[in-house]
Design a protein around this ligand. Structure first.
Ligand code: ADP
Ligand code: MG
Length: 402
């Protein structure tokens, strides 16, 4: 039996999975989950694009790597393929928890895994009654948030967001009320507000990869990606922040496994990216000016990395482009400033190692450009191993027969 990969556009990570699968000698069945009609009815099911029928390909598949990018579409894809008896990496139950920041935090909280104190208020800023009366709720929502989190800094987030989009920091009641009043329900912010205690994480947070293959305990990689910068409290790489490869203290790895298990649940195989930070506060053994100056020195080599990322050669010759990117990152990593910032992060982690806080889990992490090169983790390998471990697994075969 074979493994399918569902994708929307063949982006860097999907090209990377393709290249890795070839190197591993694994045949993948490619299903472009954007341009096909999925039909279900009394006469069975079909998968068809305008030019191609995917039915036979899907019939031969037992497990599915779900790389559909939009969270909603990923859940649709997972529910459909599970209904067809295929094992999906990640399973629907995992996607469901990861879709919502609040649901993820509830799973952590009930297992005593550290989280930032978080408030969910199931109410929109603006309501209209059946009789047409307009109701503004932002002042009530703001005061409920402050009753729970105090009058200090508050982080407001869209529950289903990604890439730091619309994650905002309110410093007082006025700015909080203003932010609430300019937020409407949307596909990433479907129901009400999520507000969170601001964690004084200094200048970095972590992206930690944990995965589980069938029949084995979960594994947390010993290295992780630290995303760092002072420009914005959001340290997402998407916002141009710098990245550092760091060795994780054993305590942080253990906590990551506990966190990932909380999301992975009883599922046999999954791969998750755990986003964590430390409440460092003033516990800093060097001053900010030193770190800022070192980060500034890294701007030129990091700009070169960014230039390679934009290089159109990626689509013509992906392996050659990947090598170019590796070289650019290597030049950046070979600098003294890189080593200096890296050791500041490592020392600070060592001091806080017992108190890592998780704020979200990502079920479809980007990896080819940063995690692979900087942290040395080619996530395509464990992803394929997860799918292989459940390929032909009889339980799913039984569901299929049923
Ligand atoms: N409670 C918080 N305290 C401090 N910084 C935070 C907090 N929550 C998020 N951040 C910062 O904002 C970034 C984006 O928030 P996150 O919850 O990860 O949303 P997204 O899914 O959009 O990445 C994080 O990577 C982190 O750097
Ligand atoms: Mg994040």
């Amino acid at each position: 039996m074979s493994i399918a990969i569902l994708y929307e556009y063949a982006e860097t990570d999907e090209l990377g999975i393709r290249m890795t699968a070839e190197e591993m000698g694994v045949d993948l069945v490619y299903i472009p989950f954007r341009k096909i009609a999925v039909s279900i009815g009394d006469d069975g099911y079909s998968f068809r694009s305008k030019g191609r029928d995917f039915f036979n390909r899907i019939e031969g598949v037992n497990s599915v790597l779900n790389r559909t990018q939009s969270k909603n579409r990923r859940m649709y894809a997972a529910s459909l393929f599970e209904a067809l008896g295929r094992y999906v990496v990640n399973p629907l139950s995992v996607e469901y928890v990861c879709f919502s920041k609040f649901r993820t935090l509830v799973e952590f909280w009930r297992r005593n895994i550290r989280i930032p104190k978080t408030v969910y208020i199931p109410c929109d800023a603006y309501d209209k009654t059946v009789t047409g009366i307009e109701i503004r709720n932002e002042e009530d929502i703001a005061s409920l948030i402050q009753m729970n989190l105090g009058a200090g800094n508050v982080v407001l987030k869209p529950d289903g967001g990604t890439h730091g989009k619309d994650v905002r920091l309110a410093k007082d009641l006025d700015s909080l009320t203003e932010m609430l009043s300019t937020t409407s329900p949307s596909i990433i912010n479907p129901l009400g507000f999520v507000a969170q205690e601001f964690v004084e994480k200094w200048f970095y947070d972590l992206r930690i990869i944990v995965y589980k293959v069938r029949g084995k305990p979960p594994f947390c990689y010993p290295t992780a990606l630290a995303r760092a910068g002072f420009k914005d409290f959001r340290t997402n790489t998407y916002l141009g922040n710098m990245v550092f490869g760091v060795e994780l203290p054993a305590e942080v790895r253990e906590a990551s496994i506990r966190g990932a298990k909380a999301v992975g649940g009883e599922s046999e195989a999954w791969l998750l990216a755990m986003d964590g930070m430390f409440n460092i506060g003033e516990d800093r053994d060097v001053d900010d000016e030193y770190v800022k100056a070192e980060l500034e020195k890294l701007v030129p080599p990091f700009d070169k990395v960014k230039q390679v990322k934009q290089n159109k050669m990626k689509n013509r010759d992906f392996p050659a482009w990947s090598r170019m990117l590796e070289n650019a990152y290597q030049d950046y990593m070979d600098t003294e400033a890189y080593a200096n910032v890296r050791s500041v992060i490592s020392e600070s982690m060592e001091r806080c190692k017992d108190s890592v806080i998780f704020h979200e889990t990502n079920s479809c992490p980007e990896f080819w450009e940063q995690t692979r090169i900087i942290a040395g983790i080619n996530v395509a390998v464990p992803l394929i191993e997860c799918a292989q471990s459940v390929d032909g697994w009889s339980y799913y075969q039984r569901i299929k027969d049923y």
